[in-house]
Design a protein around this ligand. Sequence first.
Ligand code: PEP
Ligand code: MG
Length: 905
Amino acid sequence: MTQKYVYLFNDYDAAMDKCGQDWEAVRSLLGGKGANLLDATRLDIPVPPGFTVTTETCNDYLEAGETFPSDSWEQILASVKSLEEQTGKKFGDPDNPLLVSCRSGAKFSMPGMMDTILNIGLNDQIVEILATRAHRPRFAWDIYRRLIHMFGSVVMGVPDEVFEAVITAQRRESRVKSDTELDAEAWKSVTQRFKKIFKTYTGTKFPSDPYEQLRLATEAVFKSWNGKRAIDYRNASNIPHDLGTAVNIQTMVFGNMGEDSATGVFMSRNATTGDPHLEGDFLVNAQGEDVVAGTRQTMRISEMGDIMPEMYKELQEISDRLEKHHRNMQDMEFTVEQGKMWLLQTRDGKRTAQAEVRIAVDMVEEGLISREDAVRRVKPEQIDFFLHPQLDPEAVKNASPIAEGLNVSPGAAVGVIAFEPDLAERWGKEEGKNVILVRPETRPDDVHGMLAAKGVVTSKGGRTSHAALVARQFGTPAVVGVDAIEIDLENHRMTIGEDLVIREGEYLSIDGNLGLIYHANLPTVEPDIKDPYLLKVLEWADEFRTLGVRANADYPADAQRAREYGAKGIGLCRTEHMFFAEERLPIMQRMITAANDAERFEAIDQLMPMQRSDFDGLFRAMDGLPVIIRLLDPPLHEFLPSAHDLMLELTDLKLHLQHMTSLKEMDATLEKIRQKTALLERVESLHESNPMLGTRGVRLGILIPRLYEMQVQAIFEAASRCAEDGIDVHPEVMIPLVSHVGELEAIVDPLTDIAKRVCAEAGVEVPVIFGTMIEIPRAALTAGEIAGTAEFFSFGTNDLTQTTYGISRDDAETGFLVHYMQTRMLKDNPFTSIDPNGVGRLMELAIEEGRKTRGSLEIGVCGEHGGDPKSIHLCHKLGVDYVSCSPFRVPIARLAAAHAALADG
Ligand code: PEP
Ligand code: MG
């Protein structure tokens, strides 16, 4: 039997048989558009008769060097015959002409593919007869000029603007403002010019043979599959290149045949809000492209209820039936031809995140889909929409970004640029301005500026850079690693390329979702986490998921927010963030630079009440839930100024000294020089070639025991006080960067003693639990030993990725890794999604060995991966108990955890 290349719209059964009753396979064979038209025809929806040339034909055509495979063209001709029988018209017959449209239709809707060509089948002879005998001269010339225009630009590549220029000139000549006012004569003269343009640009006459028009149009669709735009789009959207496109040939129906005709596009529900009413536009007496092109003022679809009540009712019925059938919101095109309704196309409608959520919930309540379906439909990334302000989509349409970076913290921010954190703070806090802090990169002592800013941009750094981490923590939109920006801090300006110079104080708008930056003051739209539909979806998600979700939070306000977003506890409190606060940093620096133990302990004791009150706030916010507090982790030098800066300051001070006239001033400066020199010596003595692998985490706790002792005392004093107030406290103390069980053994006992003594003195019962981070491969490999001392594990997947891969987390988004991603050697950035074959296997081993030693071992993940849906799937599979992520990602993690559980069946 010869291969079947063409399916009539009423060939549903044949298509299903060929595809083994698999609807997805039908979509692959006939493309989304063709499959849906077959389906609608079967449902007795009025679809103009037509047929689909399969995607296989396209692939064979391209493979054979642009030649129609075997008898495919003959099958197309036979299908045209069938259309003639169904419509009673004849292709190429001047007396009763059949006209058709030709459209591409891949499995996935794809911008960049060839568009529609309408009115195929017309020529000089037919148009004359249509104009005279059918007494429709204006209609006839109008549709003919459209054919030559579309055929010329879409099939033959004649620039569209040339055709448009003729129409504009004709309007001027006819002294009219809009195309609708142009009469038959005007369109006739436009048509003659179009034909001349066609000949000039293509070197051939416009083909008068309808079959040649059809063949060239079909071939143009096939070829457009390999057009540059289509290939780029497929690359960007991960669509395979071997799918091919189908071609849909459909009988023309006309919405421009008078006042009883119309055409329009509409959605079965509002695509922005999800409101369950028809939404769209239509025009009376027009062809489809008039609606889309925006050349005429369209009417809202609801107005059709007044103008054509019968037709509107039918439209609503069609919409309801298609929605019920597809169990999804539909995006449809229709034409009314002299009082008869025709549906031209239907597909699942694109919608905003807000609409997605509302439609999912409404459809559950309407009995169209199940709760599982609703949860599955909402993508975790879509939740971001509800958590942060977004750039107004309307405004974005007319704006172009000036640069792109990494989208590390979602949401939109708009404000004036400040290059210095102090200035950002002054403008933001004292002057109430919206500020965007722009820095080459950020450091701990920039945090006050980051906190005062609405958004953060850095020209360097990756996904786990300081800027990214802190911005995510505070829910501040951020774009980092924007390497197109050259920042000139000295002159308070930045440049992009040769020409664009932007100064401090000018406006910047940033889109943290897409990593885009605009040199503009764009409007934003506010988020709403309390959206009742979102809350419903999340509530359903919680019913399905088995993985727990906690938050990484360092301050009571973050903890409060995390709880509102559904976190069941704190999985990581990074205590070092508490020391970066402006008033605490000097004490911390005194502690580090102390000349002797007495001075050091004095500084540590000064920090103690501050720590206690931090923990107090966290426990109260998390009443009844676990709070994991990690003891100090980063290398000490991070709290100190850079040696380079200190040297410059010292040089400055010494220069000043030479010009001083007052002895008092000289004494003060000499003292300053003494202090700075001492500080510089300390900074230099703390210098390590590779501080990331140096004296940090537990190593610090062992070298300066008083530091961890102070922290543990503060934790349990706060816990005891809360317990006395009736708060249900569950502190858990976490030791960072352990690589050998000996490190834990050395410190856990003395720290446990302190904790127990504090609780005993207060006369309260508070659980005393010590656990560890697993963030060094050796810790994972020896997890069995470590679990002998540690009562819980939390995977620090940031450091675990860094140390497993041997890639610095601070340079993760630059250099060779970017190259690896661009060349697709690596599919995912390992700092964004857990590397399943490396880091994932270490985790698997650690979980297995850890639980062998201690059956009740609770295991979490608190690296940035804890909020990444792909990593969450892996964590679910590995049997992790919970993930912990920034408060703003908690709802996303809840949904992703539900998806993981549903995928698991
Ligand atoms: C980690 O390494 O994954 C982690 C959570 O710790 P930090 O990012 O603070 O080093
Ligand atoms: Mg770490």
